[in-house]
Every structure is written in structure tokens, then in C-alpha cells.
Design a protein around this ligand. Structure first.
Ligand code: FES
Length: 80
């Protein structure tokens, strides 16, 4: 069975990440703390995707949850 994630927003969330820090991207789309996990995936088949920043820079986390390059935006939101 494959559940469809909720679309938190039809566009990415720009975030200034810090080198070496871990981030947990919300995959289910239910988190109130987008684009990050707040535990709301409980009871769904989704679990958060860990992202370790390789450098301190701005990255674009997928907000539509339909990216094929989770946790980052790949432009899939343009086709929703
Ligand atoms: S926000 Fe999901 S692919 Fe861009």
C-alpha cells in the first residue's frame, strides 16, 4: 500500500543549514513545523528523512512532499 503524502506547500522551504548538523525532513506533510518532522507521521507509513548538511549554505527542502530527490526540491511541485 502506498499512501500519498499531504502537500504542506506547493513550493520549497529555503533553509540556512549548518555544516555537520542533522535535519529531519517531514515526509508525510502533516508536521506543523515544516519542513521538519514534529512526529505527526505516527500512524502513517511515512518516516522522516535525515539530511546532514555538508556545508553551511541555503538549501531548498521540498514542501510538496512529491520530490524524487527527498528531502530536497527537484521541481516536482510544478507538476501538481
Ligand atoms: S517543493 Fe516539492 S519538488 Fe519542489
Amino acid at each position: 500500500m502506498t499512501e500519498t503524502p499531504e502537500i504542506a506547500q506547493k513550493g520549497p522551504y529555503p533553509v540556512d543549514v549548518e555544516e555537520g548538523k542533522n535535519y529531519f525532513w517531514c515526509a508525510c506533510g502533516r508536521s506543523k513545523n515544516q519542513p521538519f518532522c514534529d512526529g505527526s507521521h505516527k500512524g502513517t507509513e511515512f518516516s522522516p528523512v535525515k539530511y546532514t548538511a555538508e556545508a553551511s549554505k541555503k538549501v531548498f527542502f521540498c514542501g510538496c512532499k512529491h520530490t524524487a530527490k527527498a528531502p530536497l526540491c527537484d521541481g516536482a511541485h510544478n507538476k501538481l
